[in-house]
Design a protein around this ligand. Structure first.
Ligand code: NAD
Ligand code: TYD
Length: 341
């Protein structure tokens, strides 16, 4: 199979490529990524010379470029990770979220139709369901929970999901959608809660907790997200949505205190700051459909996953320090000089 992975230089896409390129040597993987601030080719050093992996720099919203690429490559499968993904950035600059997350997905859908792609998988998020009240621990998002978004980020992801579903119903494009809870793990860009707190705590810097730190997120190790997507693209039913989550709910304050405890750092580093506008209260996934239908099971719980992740950040300081210094952005120029000629 020839598989196009968009956004493969980002956090989850790169973990997915590491997993898939090793697990399926008979398949060919093409990583299509624009290398925005969130794209980092240093993350893919381990696999960049594998015979079944290659990289193409490009914008999923550039119709002409995408049509040419799809005509040339004739992909069997497209897995769309490419997105603007940070809620705070969507509050300060919503435009780019509409362009990449909605228009970019539509261009990929059109290109997939034109070239008869066998399966289009959209990597979505539980944020499309909005939030749940803090005091109703009995409520969970199922695949039938109505879409009810809060931020420009989640609104753009929900719009993309609706387009994907419309291409299934109207054009019979074989699609699947996965909606996963908050991920954490290796290669997570240090603007998101967990890597931000680990990197700052290691440097004895203040840890900015929004509001009272009582908002709840349902954390899933990125490895378990990757195995779930692998199952969905191979065994999932077309036209279906699959929620992915492992019942690992924690308040933000619990997460930050766990990180401080593991790093033997004092809680005095915690600094309460102005709350995020429209801040979603609680996310919590009901994963019974993917568990019962596809037999998916996570291998990490939060305690084992956060320990592994903290250890990874301790052992891979160079990776995230290159991000903080901006050095990672010149990797493409150094590594792929011939593409620029
Ligand atoms: P990320 O921000 O780390 O990576 C996004 C990647 O997309 C980057 O490599 C970036 O260069 C690339 N990209 C951005 N715009 C592009 C464009 N126009 N054309 C081509 N490439 C472009 O994001 P992530 O955390 O890895 O998330 C990946 C996907 O998973 C997203 O669709 C996100 O909505 C979804 N998701 C994320 C989480 C989470 O907790 N991080 C949870 C559920 C779902
Ligand atoms: P984030 O990692 O941005 O993911 P999302 O908003 O998609 O859930 O944030 C996770 C939670 O952590 C969210 O409730 C906001 C909070 N948060 C902070 O308290 N401080 C921070 O500096 C950041 C980035 C997030």
């Amino acid at each position: 199979m020839k598989i196009c992975v968009t956004g493969g230089a980002g956090f989850i896409g790169s973990n997915f490529l590491h997993y898939m390129v090793e697990t399926y040597p008979q398949d060919t993987f093409i990583n299509l990524d624009l290398l925005t601030y969130a794209g980092n080719l240093e993350t893919l050093k381990d696999i960049e010379n594998k015979p079944n992996y290659s990289f193409v720099k490009g914008d999923i919203a550039d119709r002409e470029f995408i049509y040419d690429l799809f005509e040339k490559e004739k992909f069997d499968l497209v897995v769309n990770f490419a997105a603007e993904s940070h809620v705070d950035r969507s509050i300060t600059n919503p435009d780019i979220f509409v362009r990449t997350n909605i228009m970019g997905t539509q261009v990929l859908l059109d290109a997939s139709r034109k070239t008869n792609v066998g399966r289009f998988h959209q990597v979505s998020t539980d944020e499309v369901y909005g939030d749940l009240p803090l005091e109703r621990k009995d409520l969970f998002f199922t695949e039938d929970t109505p879409l009810h978004t809060s931020s420009p980020y989640s609104a753009s992801k929900a719009s993309a999901d609706l387009l994907v579903q419309s291409y299934f119903r109207t054009f019979k494009l074989p699609v699947t959608i996965s909606r996963c809870s908050n991920n954490y793990g290796p290669y997570h860009f240090p603007e998101k809660l967990i890597p931000l707190m680990i990197s700052r705590a290691l440097a004895d810097e203040k840890l900015p907790v929004y509001g009272l730190g009582e908002n709840v997120r349902d954390w899933l190790h990125v490895y378990d997200h990757c195995t779930a997507i692998d199952l969905i693209i191979r065994k999932g039913r077309v036209g279906e949505v699959y929620n992915i989550g492992g019942h690992n709910e924690r308040t933000n304050l619990e997460v930050v205190k766990t990180i401080l405890r593991e790093l033997h750092k004092p809680e005095t580093l915690i600094n309460y700051v102005t709350d995020r506008a429209g801040h979603d209260l609680r996310y919590a996934i009901d994963p019974r459909k993917i568990e019962s239908e596809l037999g998916w099971k996570p291998v990490y719980n939060f305690d084992s996953g956060i320990r592994q992740t903290i250890q990874w950040y301790i052992e891979n300081k160079v990776w995230w320090q290159h991000i903080l210094s901006g050095d990672y952005q010149s990797y493409f120029d150094r590594q792929y000089m011939e593409l620029n000629k």
